[in-house]
Ligand binder design. Sequence first.
Ligand code: HEM
Ligand code: HEM
Length: 183
Amino acid sequence: MAEPRHRYSTVSLLLHWVIALAVLAQVLLITAHEATEGVQAREFVNLHKSLGLTILVLTLARIGWRMANPALPLPVGLPRWQRWAARAVHVLFYVVLLAMPLTGWLASSASGREIIWFGLFDWPLLPISGGRPVAGQLMDVHEAVMKLLYVLIAVHVLAALKHQFVNRDNVLRRMIPIIPRRP
Ligand code: HEM
Ligand code: HEM
């Protein structure tokens, strides 16, 4: 029996796609921030911070959910290196989805910049000092981790497409259940 379960739970699907879309929105918000000035530019950064912290909370929830609901087994016969690569990319995704918001949050905290979550309430700052120099170093890490995230997304999407169009198995369908099932 190759696939005892055919797709992820609705909660896993929702968390996967909401977080993926939020990451895309994060890049668009920073692009909009860089293309504007003054009040508007600040508003885009505030949205970026609020959404980034939301991704942190969602990722923590997702890791908790994942620990309680293990992943589906990969198709039988998949080479060992590909199982290993899939696992490595997934683990690194979780590390990066925590590291991005944490470095941003730490940087805002070091420079004493308040964060008002979607204009609704004060998000607490972390106990870290150092002012702008430390904030600058943390932003360098923020940027470097983002490069790793781009690589992970590229490998992940190419692997998903390979499953769909080369292996012609049901792996992509597990995350996009509207795709017709293959025998
Ligand atoms: C998963 C969550 C996040 C993602 C994917 C993300 C992504 C990015 C990216 C791509 C940049 C542009 C880097 C560059 O200069 O090339 C950036 C900049 C920045 N991020 Fe984030 N970020 C996240 C969370 C956060 C959080 C939670 C905060 C703060 C609380 C934050 C604060 C900032 C700031 C202040 C900048 C620099 C804006 C400027 O150019 O002035 N980020 N982020
Ligand atoms: C920022 C974008 C994305 C992130 C952060 C992300 C993250 C992840 C993570 C962490 C997993 C592993 C779930 C687990 O713990 O078992 C996963 C699984 C998966 N993702 Fe993504 N993903 C993204 C975008 C995409 C896209 C665009 C596609 C489709 C083209 C996709 C297709 C899949 C599939 C098919 C699986 C299931 C793999 C399996 O069953 O073993 N993902 N994703």
